[in-house]
Design a protein around this ligand. Structure first.
Ligand SMILES: [Zn+2]
Length: 237
């Protein structure tokens, strides 16, 4: 958009959408940009489907870098500190507020961003009067993903491999796609670094990737998110 186009869009849309991802290892068969690619494509689906729910969004560029300190043992990972990440999201929201945006959707596609995003949401609401909705895409897809892939659909596994196969199949290194060697997760603490639990940098069995099944999950999840948003907005949230 040009600035006059952006000026109009930001004032007339029901909300601005900031897709958030990360740059970090995703096993040996997927690029480090997976979460940002997912944020890009899944936010495009959301904005396209919004009209059917009587909503109109303006989509911002993907905020590609995330909080990924726990992935730093793998080359190619880039991380912001939690404080920097939180402040960057607050400042993006504050910039939009200066141009008249009063509602912001954060469409998050990386687990590590959860905590700093929660803190940014607090500040955006209380300090900048921006009504901010925090949407973790996989929270809305969890039941469908578990039904399709079982418990181990996580990082660089069946689910994320399927999403890349669906939207950007040329990026999957097929000869490197293999079941991941993983340790079981502890019950009373969390791992410090991701290479404590996985050899290749992923979880699950990405050879089970099924882009057709995931295409259905993407469209159901997109509708699910839009239904929830519509309802919250109608209820004055
Ligand atoms: Zn990921």
């Amino acid at each position: 958009m040009t600035w006059p186009e952006a000026g109009d869009a930001l004032l007339t849309a029901d909300a601005a959408v900031l897709p958030t991802g990360s740059v970090e290892q995703h096993a040996r068969h997927l690029p480090v940009s997976v979460d940002s690619l997912r944020a890009d494509h899944l936010s495009a689906e959301l904005c396209e489907a919004a009209a059917a729910h009587d909503l109109a969004f303006v989509r911002l560029s993907v905020f590609s870098y995330g909080y990924s300190e726990h992935h730093m043992a793998f080359p190619g990972t880039v991380t912001l500190s939690q404080d920097t990440y939180r402040d960057a999201v607050i400042e993006i929201g504050a910039s939009l507020a200066d141009h008249g945006v009063d509602r912001l959707l954060l469409l998050n596609c990386h687990g590590g961003n959860r905590e700093p995003l929660s803190m940014a949401v607090d500040r955006l609401g209380r300090d900048h009067d921006v009504t901010t909705h925090l949407l973790h895409w996989t929270d809305f897809a969890r039941d469908a993903l578990e039904e399709e892939f079982g418990d181990e659909w996580g990082h660089a596994g069946d689910h994320e491999t399927s999403v890349v196969e669906l939207f950007r199949p040329e990026l999957v290194r097929e000869t490197e796609t293999e079941p991941q060697d993983t340790r079981s997760f502890p019950q009373t603490r969390t791992y410090r670094y991701f290479d404590d639990v996985t050899e290749q940098g992923g979880l699950g069995d990405p050879t089970n990737g099924d882009p057709a099944a995931v295409a259905e999950i993407v469209s159901e999840t997109t509708d699910e998110i839009l239904r929830a948003l519509r309802e919250d907005i109608e209820n004055g949230w």
